[in-house]
Design a protein around this ligand. Structure first.
Ligand code: SAM
Length: 281
């Protein structure tokens, strides 16, 4: 495990003191094992999905163009080996979370059903806060079945209480709904009238090949998705962790939202890309 960037913390903020802006290259098992228990508010992971595929592409920016971006999602021991791999790391994430902290696990149809059972065992069935559907609208077309156009994000809380800011992620009501609404004469119109609580189906388009934020990393997620999740579930002074960070989307979103963060990936090329993206924020 290699620490790529040292904490930029002056020690004034004890909540952030251990984890402010750390980037590690290596197996997250090693990072998590040596992390301070109860120190992170929000963990998002987008681990391998058990697709049984190998992903390979190249960076798009000048500084990363010649860099092969690679990650392997093939498992000799099948789903048993995959689940063992993930369970060992999720156990450690559970202990790294603060008592009110949350873990978000992003997967698709391949293995999410097994992982949900595993998370129930680690967090307790009462720990499930949301099963979010990310409806990305593109790809997944088939003539043999309904087109597969969503991923699932399982949200688990470590304790009985967790942070959720409904206001910051409230959705504007449709013009039709606003037109239909009947408010008493002279009533002051507040955000509760014009906006509604967000649904558990999040319709944010996947990154198109020409999107400015596209780095060339094969499974890069949109910043808008991570910004929404962090705003909703991570307190403003909170610490964000992503231990399978790939191109660093979660850390870029955390930085843009003023949260401290810890990131890790086993691939040196992914970490180089992450550092370059963070420098540009
Ligand atoms: C689906 S990608 C993450 C994509 C990322 N969310 C993004 O927006 O770019 C999964 C990542 O997990 C990394 N990975 C796989 N095994 C790992 C391990 N044991 N420790 C840390 N990272 C690992 C891979 O190198 C890959 O970059």
């Amino acid at each position: 495990m290699k620490l790529l960037a040292k904490p930029e913390d002056n020690g004034q903020n004890s909540r952030r003191s251990h984890t402010s802006r750390n980037l590690y290259c290596g197996d997250c098992w090693n990072v998590l094992r040596t992390s301070k228990p109860g120190s992170v508010d929000f963990i998002y992971i987008d681990p391998p999905y058990y697709t049984k595929r190998e992903f390979l592409s190249q960076g798009r920016k000048e500084s990363t163009r010649r860099m092969p971006l690679h990650f392997d999602d093939r498992w000799n021991g099948g789903h048993v080996e995959y689940l063992r791999f993930l369970a060992l790391r999720v156990q450690l994430m559970h202990s790294v979370l603060r008592p009110e902290g949350v873990l978000l696990v992003h997967l698709d149809w391949h293995i999410v059903h097994y992982v949900k059972v595993m998370l129930d065992q680690i967090f307790g069935a009462h720990g499930l806060i949301n099963e979010l559907i990310w409806y990305y609208q593109t790809g997944g077309a088939s003539r043999r079945h309904f087109s597969r156009k969503h991923d699932t994000i399982l949200v688990y809380g470590r304790g009985d209480r967790h942070y959720f800011n409904a206001a910051v992620v409230a959705m504007p009501r449709s013009p039709k709904a606003l037109h239909r609404a009947r408010w008493p004469k002279g009533a002051r119109i507040s955000v509760n009238h014009t906006h509604k609580n967000p649904d558990d189906v999040i319709a944010i388009p996947a990154l198109n090949p020409m999107a400015a934020e596209r780095t060339g990393f094969p499974t890069q997620k949109p910043l808008a998705l991570l910004e929404l999740l962090i705003s909703a579930f991570c307190p403003p002074q909170g610490v964000v962790g992503d231990y399978f960070c790939g191109s660093g989307t979660t850390l870029v979103a955390a930085r843009r939202l003023g949260r401290a963060y810890t990131g890790c990936d086993i691939s040196p090329a992914a970490m180089q890309l992450t550092r370059s993206r963070l420098r540009d924020v």
